[in-house]
Write a protein that binds this ligand. Structure first.
Ligand code: HEC
Length: 118
């Protein structure tokens, strides 16, 4: 358990260049209370860095939704951003790239629509 956490922390530091927030997941409500989209995001690992309602390593998804609310290209832009990864929109920390083998286009679209609905 301890060892696993240390390994995960190391991985997160490599990915995000920052300290992980270990309590992020346990602070959320039980997964069964959440919609399918939330569980998909959880399974994909998004909540290692994002949390609804709070800026973690990445911006809170409510803040993302707020920023792109009136942007007609938001869906295409965010799908591209998640596929390519990169930094600069919120901070100098990198959003990791999720290629097709990590996240299918269909699931990516579901997540982006979910984020924009928050
Ligand atoms: C290793 C940490 C990490 C993980 C895992 C992660 N993100 Fe991010 N995410 C970030 C960071 C850091 C940013 C801010 C990037 C920037 O400033 O351009 C970000 C930004 C975003 C944005 C806003 C992009 C923009 O240009 O405004 C969206 C949407 C997003 N992430 C969705 C996701 C989704 C969906 C997943 C899971 C499939 C995910 N993230 C997993 C760190 C992460």
């Amino acid at each position: 358990m301890r060892k696993g956490n240390i390994l995960l922390a190391g991985l997160l530091m490599v990915l995000g260049g920052c300290q992980p927030e270990v309590t992020a997941k346990s602070a959320e409500k039980r997964p069964v209370d959440k919609p399918a989209e939330w569980r998909l995001a959880d399974k994909t690992g998004c909540f290692m860095c994002h949390k609804t309602g709070k800026n973690l390593l990445g911006p809170s998804w409510e803040a993302v939704s707020e920023r792109y609310r009136n942007n007609p290209n938001a869906e295409a832009y965010l799908m591209d951003k998640i596929t390519q990864g990169g930094s600069g929109a919120w901070s100098n920390k990198d959003m990791p790239a999720y290629s097709e083998d990590l996240l299918s286009e269909a699931n990516l679209r579901i997540l982006v629509k979910y984020i924009l609905s928050l």
